[in-house]
Design a protein. Structure first.
Length: 156
């Protein structure tokens, strides 16, 4: 008889417990819920961005305020027609409302960031230039002079 067990004494590997699996799943779920950013505004206008020869990326998107210009989507065409409209946040506005929009966007920013505020105009490629120039004139009146136009890269 040997001192250490013989070869016929095999130990079984314990089964993997799944008790902590639910903790891990909930931790991942919580992580993705906290870090995911949802869309802040609903697109009520159709905007197909024009093609640009050169594109530069916006440095800080948190300092950008967006103005969408385009034809209303199918659900809003019965109410607002098919002419180009201006969308500020979640509602249709006119050029007279741009001043209040810019003032509200500036008030939401910190004092140090207000000078870096950029207005991003997302205009449909088929929109007439008259409404875009009206928006630019109103932005000039309320001293929002940093303007950026959204465009798509060539070939996309």
């Amino acid at each position: 008889m040997s001192k250490f067990g013989g070869s016929n004494n095999k130990k079984e590997v314990p089964a993997v417990t799944s008790s902590s699996l639910s903790d891990i799943v909930f931790m991942l779920l919580f992580f993705f819920m906290v870090t995911t950013q949802l869309r802040e505004t609903e697109n009520k206008v159709i905007v197909k961005l024009p093609e640009a020869s050169e594109v530069a990326k916006l440095e800080r998107k948190d300092l950008a305020s967006y103005i969408n210009i385009g034809t209303p989507t199918k659900t809003y065409q019965a109410t607002y027609g098919t002419d180009a409209r201006i969308q500020l946040n979640d509602s249709f506005k006119t050029t007279a409302d741009i001043r209040d929009f810019i003032a509200a966007e500036r008030d939401a920013m910190s004092e140090a960031d207000r000078s870096f505020m950029t207005v991003d105009i997302r205009a449909d490629e088929d929109v007439r230039m008259g409404i875009v120039s009206d928006v630019k004139q109103e932005l000039r009146r309320c001293s929002a002079l940093k303007i950026m136009y959204s465009a798509r890269k060539p070939g996309k």
